[in-house]
Structures are given as C-alpha cells and as structure tokens.
Design a binder for this molecule. Structure first.
Ligand SMILES: Nc1nc2c(ncn2[C@@H]2O[C@H](COP(=O)(O)OP(=O)(O)OP(=O)(O)O)[C@@H](O)[C@H]2O)c(=O)[nH]1
Length: 349
C-alpha cells in the first residue's frame, strides 16, 4: 500500500464567495487526478452537492462526493469530519487528492487542527487553505465594520464580546489562508480591484499569495499542490475566538440563523425574482439559494442570491419520481426575524 500522505485542500470563504463554482471548475480541469470531495453547507438543502454531482466529472464521481449536513464543519469536527475521513481512508481505492469545501460560515482553524489528530495525520496532510473572496462584496463594504450597528447590538445584548460577526469571520478565513482568490473580478473595475486587494491584504498579518479570478476559473495546477502542510502552522493562524478564549471555550454560530421556505409552483419567475430582491434588501438576507418549480418547464430553475445580487438558471431536469417543489434556504444574522421574512417570501407567490 502506498503510504505517502494524501494532500487535502481546504476551500473556505464567506457565504456566496464562489467556492462551489471554483470547485466545479477544478473538477473539470484536474487532469487525471482522482479527487474525493467533502462538502459542508450551513442551512442545508444539498444545493452545493447537487451542483457538484451534476457536473459529471469522471475523476470525481457521485461516490466520491461526501456531504456533511449536521451543521458547520468547524463545530462537528469530532462527530462528523473525523469519522468521514477515516472511512474515506479505508476505501480500497485511495484518492490522489481530497478537496474540502467548508460552509460559508465556518472557521477553517478547527478543521485544519483536526489534521493533527493521530489517526488522520499519519495518512493525510493539508496541502493548503484557499480562501475565496467575493471582491464585489468587499468593494461594497460588506465586510467593513458598521460601527453604529455593532454598538446598537451591544446596547441590546451586553454579552456580546466582540465586533461585527461578519467582519470577524471574514478576517478569520483570511488569517488561515495559504492562497487567497479574489473572485468575481468581472463585477468591479481595475481601481476597485486595487482597493479590494489592499483591504484584503490589510486584514491578515500573514502574507499569503493573492490571485484574481472570474467565475472561480483558476487552473488546477495553481490550486492543487501548494505543499504547505498547514496543520503544522496552525499556531500562527488563530481565529478571533481562539485569541479571546484561550481556555478552549467552544465557539458557535449563534450570530447566524437559517431556515428553509417551501412554496408552490411559480408561474412568473422573473416577477418573483424581482420581488424577492426587495425582500432580501429590506430584511438584510445574507444568502438565499434553492430551486423553483416553473409550471410547464421540464427543468428546475436554480436561484442563487448573494445579498441582493440574484442569479437564476435552469440547472437540470426534474427526475422521474422526484416531487417538483420550490424550496429555498435563507441565511441571515441572528436578528433577522424568521417569521417576518418567511411570511414576506410566502406573500410573493
Ligand atoms: N458575476 C460573478 N458571479 C459569480 C462568480 N463566481 C461565482 N458567482 C456566482 O455567485 C453565486 C454564489 O456562488 P457559489 O459558488 O455558490 O458560492 P459559495 O461560496 O459556494 O456559496 P456558499 O456555499 O453558499 O457559501 C452563484 O450565483 C455563482 O454563479 C464570479 O466570478 N462572477
């Protein structure tokens, strides 16, 4: 048996940055490398898994795609991630490379630390942590601290021990990176991109390589084979939470909430999407994704909203026996009122 350690690449980045899109590209240009993929979503509807299974890459079949659905991977390392890795390593045919997509709300640090567990470290090493950044969102100031809002939250809840949860998470994901991909460069101009690069660089004390991309289109040769062994350098990449709670208090995702909305068929998707945009803006929804049943259409309409930017496309035919349905996962900050947002979306049909 080949005892060489299998390289594992961790792909992280905030909600909607373009992780799944980049992995889809990667699977299609990874040459002959056999890849096993572990994917984790917050507020799971299995959307990412569906997108990736649908890309039909021969080097990464449906069997090679493992979905972890019991919450964010960083909080379920012992119960979910380690057993999954152990099973993967026991398979007869070992993958050449493992790719792990974290949820957009995950801290990469606990996941990388798990590679130091005895059963794992003898077989696998972290080739590198790649952090995908939504350049348009950075340019729009989405990760800049809104001091007034943070202060207002603190007045309401004096147990808050830190600043904006979005800003903090964004920095934690950058702090852990070996490679940062400034994605969605098509949405901003050259000057804007220069400012995004400077802002991203200023948010991490380390000096990871920063590259630019459109639609996550980065050659596999750049993404795979970084050869870092990140698990050995975890001490230099501490998250805000680790720095604040050196006693090991576990972190959680209390600051964020998600729920699933189910609707009936939608006959006029264009009008629906237009109105949905209004709800997203009014209630500050961070991420919404799912599928629409358009009567008379043999295919599902996939909906991907990142903030108020919404993409839609018919992604695949409804399969025989599959119940046609309209379902979305909605993710927002904890203060988002689920009942109100749910009613507002339901009222659009
Ligand atoms: N304009 C533009 N859109 C992009 C680009 N990359 C990804 N997108 C779109 O952004 C949306 C989110 O992309 P995903 O790849 O699902 O993002 P993600 O990081 O996997 O999202 P989560 O797993 O929910 O955190 C989709 O509608 C993509 O088509 C890009 O470079 N430019």
């Amino acid at each position: 048996m080949n005892q060489e350690k299998i390289p594992a690449t961790v792909i992280t980045g905030f909600l909607g940055a373009g992780k799944t899109t980049m992995i889809r590209n990667l699977l299609q240009n990874a040459g002959g490398k056999k890849i096993a993929l572990i994917i984790n979503e917050f507020g799971d509807l299995g959307v990412d898994g569906d997108v990736l299974k649908g890309c039909g890459a021969e080097n990464c079949t449906e069997d090679d795609i493992i979905e972890l659905t019991n919450g964010c991977i960083c909080c379920t390392v012992a119960d979910d991630f380690i057993p999954t890795m152990t099973k993967l390593l026991e398979r007869d045919s070992r993958p050449d490379h493992i790719v792990i997509e974290t949820s957009g709300l995950a801290l990469p640090q606990p996941l990388v630390a798990a590679f130091n567990w005895p059963d794992i470290r003898t077989h696998v090493t972290v080739d590198g942590v790649i952090t995908v950044v939504d350049s348009a969102a950075v340019a729009a100031g989405r990760f800049a601290d809104d001091h007034d809002a943070v202060e207002a939250r603190r007045v309401e809840d004096d147990s808050l021990d830190h600043e904006s949860p979005i800003e903090e998470l964004f920095e934690d994901q950058l702090t852990c990176a070996d490679l940062i991909v400034l994605n969605k460069t098509d949405l901003i101009d050259v000057d804007g991109l220069g400012r995004v690069r400077a802002e991203v660089a200023s948010r991490t004390a380390r000096k990871p390589t920063i590259i630019e991309a459109k639609n996550g289109d980065v050659p596999a040769a750049i993404l795979l084979g970084l050869g870092i062994g990140t698990e050995g350098d975890i001490v230099n990449r501490k998250s805000h939470h680790e720095l604040e709670h050196e006693d090991g208090t576990p972190h959680d995702h209390d600051e964020f909430d998600s729920f699933v909305v189910e609707l009936g068929p939608i006959a006029d998707p264009a009008a629906f999407i237009d109105a949905l945009k209004g709800v997203i803006v009014e209630h500050d929804v961070l991420r919404l994704k799912g599928f629409v049943d358009v009567p008379g259409k043999p295919m599902r309409l996939q909906v991907q909203a990142v903030g108020s930017r919404i993409d839609t496309y018919f992604d695949r035919a409804w399969t025989p026996g599959e119940a046609r349905a309209t379902r979305f996962v909605v993710i927002g900050l904890h203060e988002m009122d689920e009942t109100i947002v749910r009613k507002a979306i339901e009222a659009l049909v």
